[in-house]
Structure formats: C-alpha cells, structure tokens
Design a protein around this ligand. Structure first.
Ligand SMILES: Cc1cc2nc3c(=O)[nH]c(=O)nc-3n(C[C@H](O)[C@H](O)[C@H](O)COP(=O)(O)OP(=O)(O)OC[C@H]3O[C@@H](n4cnc5c(N)ncnc54)[C@H](O)[C@@H]3O)c2cc1C
Length: 486
C-alpha cells in the first residue's frame, strides 16, 4: 500500500509542525524515520520501489508465492544500533541468536565454536579460536596472536592503514590460517576480498566483532523474510507512529530557495515540501540528486558483489542452523526457515506433500566466480554440499536460483574513510544517510542504521533538541580498552 503525494507545487503546507522528508526506504531511511518520530516532526518517507527495505529485501518465490530473501543477511552481537532498532520497533523476536559458530574444515571436520560467556574479554575467545578442529595447536596460537597484534593500536602504524588485509596478513600470519580463517571471516564480514579490503576495516571487525565482549560474535539470524520484517512490519510500525510512507515514488530532485536551503523533494511533477531532508539513497542515486554535495564518489566508491545460491531439495540436507565452509567456493550455508504453511501442516499431523527444503549458500566478494558461468557455479556448490553433508548425496535438487548483487556493499578499501561523506552537508537542512556514508562501520545493516541515526542526530542538533539517537557499542572492559587504545 502506498500513500499518494498530496502536495502539488502550489500547495505549500501551512501547519506548524516541522516536516522532514526522507528519501530512500532502506534501513538507513527507515532508521532515520524511527529516530525522528515521536519528537514532534511530521515524517514523510519516499521509496522508489514497491516495498521498503532496500538491499535487505526478499523476492516472491515463483513456485509457491512465499517470500525468499534475495540473500541471507546476518548481524552480529556487536551491531548495537541495528539490534536497538529491532527492539524499539517490536521486531527483536524475529532475530535468532546463534552463540555457536559452526565451521566445516576442508577435510569436512565440524567445529562447534562457542565463545565462553563466563570469563572476561578477551578470554571468552579461547574456546572459539581453539575449538577449530581444522587447525593445529600452533596455527591456533598464531591466529590468536594475529588477532591481538591487529587489535593493539600502537602496532597498526600510520603506514599500515594504507595496506590491504592481504598485504598486512601475508607477512604476519601462516598462509593456511589466512586461507582458512582470515579470508572467509573477512570476506563475509566486509563483503570484499582480502586483496582489496583495508586492514583498518579488518581491525574494526576483530576488535568490535570478536575481542570486545563475550556477546560480540553472536550471530543474529532473521527468522522471517527480510521483506516481511522491514518491508512490511517496520513500515506498519512507522505508519502507526504517524509517518507517511510513499512507496513506488522516486525522488527526481531537491528544491532549494534563494538562500540555498532545501525546501522540498521533487517527485516528477509533485513536490513534498520539507523543513529538512534526509537523503538515504545509495551513492549513485545521491550523486544524481545532489551532485555538488558529494566528494568524487565515482573514483573512490566501488561496489563489491555478493552471490546467493538458493537450493530447494526434496529433503533436509544438513542438521545445523548454519555453517561456515572454509577453503571452498561456498562460504556460508544457511538452513531455510520453515514457512508458516509447513509448520501448520506439521501441527495438524498432516503428511506434508511435496515438501521442499530450502537452503542458501552465500558467497561474498563473488566477482569472477567460476568464470561467471552460472551452471558451473551451481554444480560446484552442489558438489561441495554433497562432499560435506552425507544427506545431500541422496537428496534430489528440485530447483535452484542464483542471485547476484554486483554492488552489494561498498568496498572498504584503504583510505575509503577519508572520502566517505559526513551525514551533515554544506546545505544546512539537508542530511545524508546510507551505509556508504561516514559511520566508522563497514557497509552493513548496522552501518546503515547508524547512518540514519547520525543523520537524525544532526537534524535534532539543528533544531536544538537532544540528539541521543545513536546507542553505545558493547561495553569494553578496562583490559580491552587498554589493549585497543580507547
Ligand atoms: C546480497 C547482499 C548481502 C548482504 N548481506 C549482509 C549481511 O549479511 N549483513 C549485513 O549487515 N549487511 C548485509 N548486506 C548489506 C546491507 O543490506 C546494506 O548495508 C543495507 O541494507 C544498506 O541500507 P541502506 O539504507 O544504506 O541502502 P539501501 O538498502 O540500498 O536503501 C536505499 C533505498 O533508496 C531507494 N532509492 C534509491 N533512489 C531513490 C529515489 N530516487 N527515490 C526514492 N528512493 C530511492 C532504493 O530503492 C532503496 O530502497 C548485504 C547486501 C547485499 C546486497
């Protein structure tokens, strides 16, 4: 359902309430809207697609009409703002918390790696790091030392921040540890190859995602389709709080007055008058809408691809909630959530007919994978699953679908943080948001939510209001603070 844009160019609203127009209904725009509601603003959100959610989206399965995520998204325990947004809007229970990370080594060995919950950080990581069966004791020790070295701020000197992860790691870590830990972990956390990603971004993952807190590395897995959680439920929450959400409407320009202040957002012939604008669109769209306000994004901003291989088998092929497959083309495999009808059928003790079991293999930094040959990719992934999971050998693959987003995330290369723009722009009442803006975080759901909250904070500051939108990181104990230099 969408709400018509009411105001034609001639109809400037006369109401007293400050009106904020948010362009872009991805997590950045949705979080900005959530932060501003209840603070006396009238919020309008414009989204060009039929459904909000942006890249955290689902498609309708052509076979049974159910929603399937274009690509599995996960968050980590350290994603405090994303989690806070979900809690605030009543969506927290749609996230399953997996404390155990399941690794499957190149030899097929399974490792259940669970951080300890009862010892102070960083000791909580000992069972996780030393639980990886595919490493020797020496390799485990090297990996742990590598983490500490990376975390110690003084060791990461000025010059180091210009290095890629591969450049930093190759002179400091055994090749096998790079291949079987750093590469899969970095590529899945940052969505980019270790050959391109900057070591500073990796340090953030190590410190915030592993060392900082016993809950930092918890995996948060959505239990319902993203399209339902963000596209429907979050939008319903916003509407319930008084926001107007105009989906299927693309912003075509920003309108300014003679002093250079933004006065509205153009959608073709219509204008939505605004006292302030939050532009929460991807960088290419932002460049079209506000070219003068952005740094040279074309040269510095590169997207990194992520591929999801969706597989529907005639039986369940593995018994884990997820698994990290190291040393293979497939990087992660996730068990599909059983849909409502299947659950109901079971509840009625009916014999489910033609039940399909969905699972999804995710491959980050997937450029050039299997030479771009989709049949070869499908064959490779299925072969790998059959090697690892005995049940897959006897299962029939009913159907499959490969979804690649060529610019899934911003490639966080060395020096990128110098050009990521702040949410505040030279136009006093126009703010930027989006996972590509300056958040200190990689391009993730947490980064997007933070950017929306940072934009909202700047807007509140302009309005001389309390700007406490961004919640704190997980608490770091004194030892960790000393270690990382905070
Ligand atoms: C395949 C894939 C896998 C990923 N996996 C993970 C993961 O596991 N964990 C994680 O944390 N992150 C993951 N991400 C990243 C995460 O999805 C993004 O970081 C986040 O969703 C970005 O949100 P955003 O609001 O900044 O941008 P977007 O989601 O891109 O939202 C921008 C919105 O603006 C709209 N728009 C554009 N132009 C206009 C216009 N002119 N007018 C109106 N609206 C407009 C777009 O339609 C879009 O809805 C993944 C991304 C992809 C693609």
């Amino acid at each position: 359902m969408t709400e018509e844009i009411q105001n034609k160019k001639s109809e400037h609203p006369t109401d007293e309430q400050q009106r904020v127009v948010i362009v872009g209904g991805g997590l950045a725009g949705l979080s900005a809207a959530t932060a501003l509601l209840g603070r006396g603003f009238k919020v309008d959100l414009i989204e060009s697609r039929r459904q909000c959610g942006g890249r955290a989206a689902s498609f309708e399965d052509s076979e049974d009409g159910s929603l399937v995520d274009a690509c599995q998204h996960v968050a980590m325990g350290c994603c405090t703002n994303f989690l806070d947004l979900c809690e605030q809007t009543g969506l927290g229970h749609y996230l399953r918390r997996d404390r155990t990370l399941w690794f499957i080594g190149p030899d097929g060995s399974r490792s259940a790696c669970t951080p300890a919950g009862w010892v102070p950080a960083p000791l909580h990581l000992v069972p996780l790091l030393f639980g990886m069966n595919h490493f020797s004791l020496l390799e485990k020790a090297a990996l742990s030392w590598g983490m500490v070295r990376l975390a110690v701020r003084q060791k990461l000197g000025e010059g180091d921040s210009e290095l890629t992860a591969a450049q930093w790691l190759r002179s400091r870590q055994p090749e096998r540890v790079i291949q079987l830990f750093w590469q899969p972990v970095i590529e899945s956390a940052l969505g980019e190859s270790i050959d391109f990603v900057g070591i500073t971004a990796v340090r953030k993952v190590v410190v915030d995602g592993f060392l900082a807190h016993p809950k930092a590395a918890d995996l948060l897995v959505p239990t319902e389709p993203l399209g339902e959680i963000f596209g429907e439920k979050l939008v319903a929450w916003l509407r319930g709080q008084g926001a107007a959400v105009h989906s299927g409407q693309a912003a075509t320009g920003i309108q300014y007055d003679e002093s250079g202040k933004a006065t509205g957002v153009l959608c073709g012939q219509d204008v939505l008058w605004a006292d302030a604008v939050v532009l929460a669109v991807p960088w290419r769209a932002a460049k079209r809408l506000v070219p003068k306000l952005l740094p040279p994004v074309d040269e510095s901003f590169v997207g990194s691809p992520i591929t999801a291989v969706h597989l529907w088998f005639d039986q369940k092929i593995f018994d884990l909630p997820h698994a990290v497959l190291v040393g293979r083309v497939s990087q992660w495999v996730f068990q599909g959530e059983e849909d409502e009808s299947a659950r109901n059928e079971k509840a009625c003790h009916a014999q489910p007919k033609d039940v399909e079991h969905h699972c999804q293999v995710v491959i980050s930094a997937s450029r050039g994978i299997c030479d771009g040959n989709r049949d070869k990719l499908l064959e490779t992934v299925v072969n790998e699953l059959q090697e690892i999971f005995p049940a897959a050998r006897g299962a029939r693959l009913i159907r499959s679908r490969i979804v690649t987003d060529p610019t899934a995330v911003l490639s966080v290369r060395p020096g990128i943080d110098r050009v990521r723009p702040n949410q505040k722009t030279p136009v006093e009442n126009l703010f930027l948001a989006g996972d590509w803006t300056q958040t200190g975080w990689p391009s993730t759901m947490e980064g997007a939510v933070r950017s929306g909250r940072l934009a909202a904070s700047q807007l509140l500051e302009l309005a001389h209001m309390k700007n406490d939108c961004v919640v704190k990181d997980l608490h770091k104990n004194a030892f960790i603070r000393l270690l990382v230099g905070q």
